[in-house]
Design a protein around this ligand. Structure first.
Ligand code: GRF
Length: 206
């Protein structure tokens, strides 16, 4: 399975995928590329160190969103990916890409969906909201990407206990270590080995 990983930042989830491919936790999989929307992020160094092709494509380098979206879609196609993994990728995926790669894009979100997800819930904001609500359990979710924000079919979830005295930073770190870095590689391995079937969600509105 040809996997293309999209990133925006430090890339600890990318590293977890690289390590899992390297040590055989993920089988039947090659990481064919890493694409970042930001220059100078450590994700690119991680890809470089692992000998993986990497490049930047940023909306800031295009005159408008539709020209970026076209270029972005063409860029993804160049890699001929079987699976696109959003590993902390903060750019909204254009509809043309969602349509073309339906059932072939997955995302990791740092909460138990449907809690603390959707527009505006990213990074530390997710953990801040969870602590403010006073939940005793949070966690992470790997899901397929559809046209909504964090609304696609769920593949895997893992719960993580909130501890007394947690800050958004400590909760984020524990959720990464105990959940994200485990279930993202696990989901990729399951997809690579045919253990996950994408069922197009039924529209219940009619
Ligand atoms: C993670 O918390 C992930 O769940 C979220 O963005 C963060 C990315 O971190 N979508 P990293 O770049 O993988 O370290």
């Amino acid at each position: 399975m040809r996997v293309l990983v999209l990133v925006s930042g430090g890339g600890t989830n990318l590293q977890a995928i690289i390590d899992a491919v390297g040590n055989g936790t993920i089988t039947n999989t090659e990481i064919v590329g890493v694409i970042s929307n930001n220059h100078d992020v450590y994700s690119l160094t991680r890809a470089e160190n692992a000998g993986i092709k990497n490049e930047v494509i940023s909306p800031k380098d295009y005159p408008d969103r539709s020209s970026f979206n076209r270029a972005f879609a063409e860029k993804l196609d160049e890699y001929k990916p079987d699976l696109i993994v959003l590993a902390g990728f903060l750019v909204v995926i254009p509809q043309i890409v969602i349509d073309k790669y339906e059932g072939k894009i997955i995302n990791i979100h740092p909460s138990l969906i449907p809690s603390f997800c959707g527009t505006g819930y990213y990074g530390l904001k997710v953990h801040k909201a969870a602590l403010e609500r006073g939940v005793k359990v949070s966690g992470a979710t790997v899901h397929f990407v559809d046209a909504g924000t964090d609304t696609g079919p769920i593949i895997l979830q893992k719960a993580v206990y909130v501890q007394d005295g947690d800050t958004p930073e400590t909760l984020q770190k524990r959720i990464m270590e105990e959940a994200e870095w485990k279930i993202l590689p696990q989901a990729i391995n399951m997809i690579a080995n045919g253990e996950v079937v994408y069922n197009k969600p039924v529209d219940m509105r009619n």
